[in-house]
Ligand binder design. Structure first.
Ligand SMILES: Nc1ncnc2c1ncn2[C@@H]1O[C@H](COP(=O)(O)OP(=O)(O)OP(=O)(O)O)[C@@H](O)[C@H]1O
Ligand SMILES: [Mg+2]
Length: 540
């Protein structure tokens, strides 16, 4: 039916002066012509939500009423585990759970009741059929800008269908983070413990939720420790990147930010992590074009608003703290700022160990020494060194060499090739900090800058140790290796000369006597060179 005709019919109902109630149902309300929603037509829109916890428990009971249910089945627990499931999903779960003992009987197993385990298994197999729908709804409403028209169910849409995805089962936890004990302690105390123990937190009037800013040089573990935090707490963890927020369309970035906060609040207790936050809340006095300013303002508004919703923890990271709008640090906002420093000696040793944990390492590798030699290196540099060191024996094997473990020598070689990536950053940090006059605020960074300046280059020392190590291993030293290289090229030159002489003789350009004399001379030189090479190589 054409929409016009439908509207006309509807408008006509009134004139019939009969009591007619029109009820319509849809699962795509955003596809309905807005004209239908005008005051005199469908005057009421009722959102039928997915079943809540009590309702789900009831649905479980209804659909298992006449089945042999074991007494160990905990319906409350099942209801808890099926948040976001439709009633039809729950029915499917009940049917599936009943099938499990039934199938066993068919295969000759003993007859038994339906156990809690069967239900858990069935839940694992049955995905919520609502989530895809909520995602669809989110997309449609975001595009049409009608989120506010569907107030009732916007809450559900944001909870289940919002754009940002929860980080599922992060594969790292604190045990993968080398050292940084202080940072871990603060995160544990401020974030993980209150979330995990809400009753105790309440007793001591410790607010659950708050905002923590991690700042420090690049590659020293800010993002890494945030991800590990997700592995430590059993609450949803949302990892937000600037691309989740920014839009070129005017006003959309602010809305995106709002939806993200809404989704996180609806899922609280939860952790909301903004990586590279300097890109979102840059200083309004320096970088503030219209749209940037608006985004900063929007962020501050969200930040002030969420405190009411306990249980939301905001974690943010930046390596350019001086670019962050100072308003962000005002009371009640990011009150905790944690400096994530470059790894100290112990930390570096641990990071070396962590990143070589499952690799074949020779017993001669001295991790303490490696840690000493990498003062002023970022954690990511050390990871790169470990990866490079492992490549050396691997490449040798590819070229037909014998399989061998990763030796101290490989690590030293890798350190020699890898410059610290922190140098440039520290230089910029000092300049920027002085410019912004925030030395006191980022005091730990300022101290760290002073310390960093005192670090001396270890290049010469590394070269010397490389030689010592080779000596210990019976391998030729650096100088000797260079000699070998020279001798090898000399050797191939002589071989080339022999070839040329042979050709000249074949082409009758030289007589036999000259030929014999030249060849004898070359061969003598060739043997001498080979002996020298062997002697150097035999130093092992
Ligand atoms: N404490 C640590 N223990 C073990 N590995 C670490 C540690 N810190 C960093 N790493 C390694 O270095 C890599 C880079 O660290 P990460 O991405 O966390 O740096 P970042 O501080 O976020 O840098 P940026 O400011 O550039 O974003 C990590 O993926 C990890 O492999
Ligand atoms: Mg990072």
């Amino acid at each position: 039916m054409e929409i016009d005709q439908f509207l006309m019919e509807m408008d006509g109902v009134e004139s019939l002066s009969k009591d007619i109630l029109i009820i319509a149902a849809t699962n795509m309300p955003w596809n309905i012509d807005p004209a239908l929603r005008r005051s005199v037509r469908f005057t009421k829109q009722i959102f039928i939500p997915p079943p809540d916890k009590d309702a789900r428990e009831e649905i479980f009971r209804v659909h298992t009423r006449d089945k042999p249910i074991s007494r160990n089945v905990d319906f409350k627990k099942l209801a808890e585990l099926t948040e976001g499931y439709a009633a039809s999903d729950i029915k499917a779960i009940c049917d599936r759970a009943a099938e499990i003992p039934w199938e066993e009987t068919l295969k000759g197993g003993e007859e038994r009741e339906i156990e809690m385990d069967d239900f858990l298994q069935a839940i694992k197999e049955q995905k919520s059929s609502l989530i895809p729908w909520f995602k669809e709804a989110y997309k449609a409403l975001k595009e049409s800008g009608e989120m506010s028209l569907f107030e009732d169910f916007a809450h559900y849409i944001l909870k289940y269908g919002g754009e940002i995805e929860e980080v599922k089962k992060p594969d790292i936890s604190f045990k993968d983070v080398g050292n940084l004990e202080e940072v871990k302690d603060i995160i544990r105390r401020e974030l993980i413990y209150p979330i995990k123990n809400p009753e105790i937190a309440e007793k001591f009037k410790k607010e659950i939720g708050g905002a923590i800013l991690l700042y420090g040089p690049p590659g020293c573990g800010k993002t890494y420790i945030a991800k590990a935090t997700a592995g430590e707490c059993d609450v949803p963890f949302f990892n937000i990147n600037i691309t989740d927020i920014l839009s070129e369309r005017e006003g959309v970035s602010e809305k995106n930010l709002h939806y993200i906060f809404e989704k996180a609040i609806n899922n609280a207790p939860a952790v909301l992590f903004f990586d590279e936050i300097d890109a979102i809340v840059c200083r309004r006095d320096i970088y503030g074009s219209g749209s940037e300013k608006r985004l900063v303002n929007a962020f501050l508004t969200e930040l002030d608003g969420f405190k009411k919703a306990t249980g939301l923890v905001i974690l943010a990271a930046t390596n350019m703290p001086w670019n962050i709008d100072p308003a962000l640090r005002r009371a009640g906002r990011f009150t905790k700022q944690i400096f994530v420093p470059p790894p100290d000696k112990d930390a570096r040793e641990e990071i070396f160990r962590l990143h070589t944990r499952d690799k074949p390492i020779s017993r001669n590798v001295n991790f303490k020494k490696l840690a000493e030699l990498t003062e002023g290196y970022a954690a990511s540099d050390i990871k790169a060194i470990c990866d490079r060191a492992a490549e050396i024996p691997w490449e040798e094997t590819l070229k037909g060499g014998e399989e061998r473990e990763i030796e101290m020598d490989d690590f030293l070689q890798a350190i020699k090739e890898q410059k610290s990536s922190l140098m440039a950053w520290y230089r910029a940090a000092e300049k920027q900090l002085i410019k912004s006059g925030e030395q006191d605020i980022y005091k730990e960074l300022f101290d760290s800058i002073k310390k960093f300046k005192k670090i001396k280059s270890r290049e010469e020392e590394i070269k010397e140790i490389l030689d010592e190590e080779r000596e210990k291993l019976g391998l030729p030293s650096r100088r000797e290796r260079e000699s070998i290289k020279r001798l090898l090229s000399k050797k191939s030159e002589i071989e080339r000369m022999i070839e040329i002489t042979r050709k000249k003789y074949r082409d009758k350009e030289i007589d036999e006597k000259t030929f014999s004399k030249l060849i004898a001379e070359y061969e003598k030189r060739l043997i001498e060179t080979e002996v020298k090479i062997e002697t150097l190589k035999k130093k092992r």
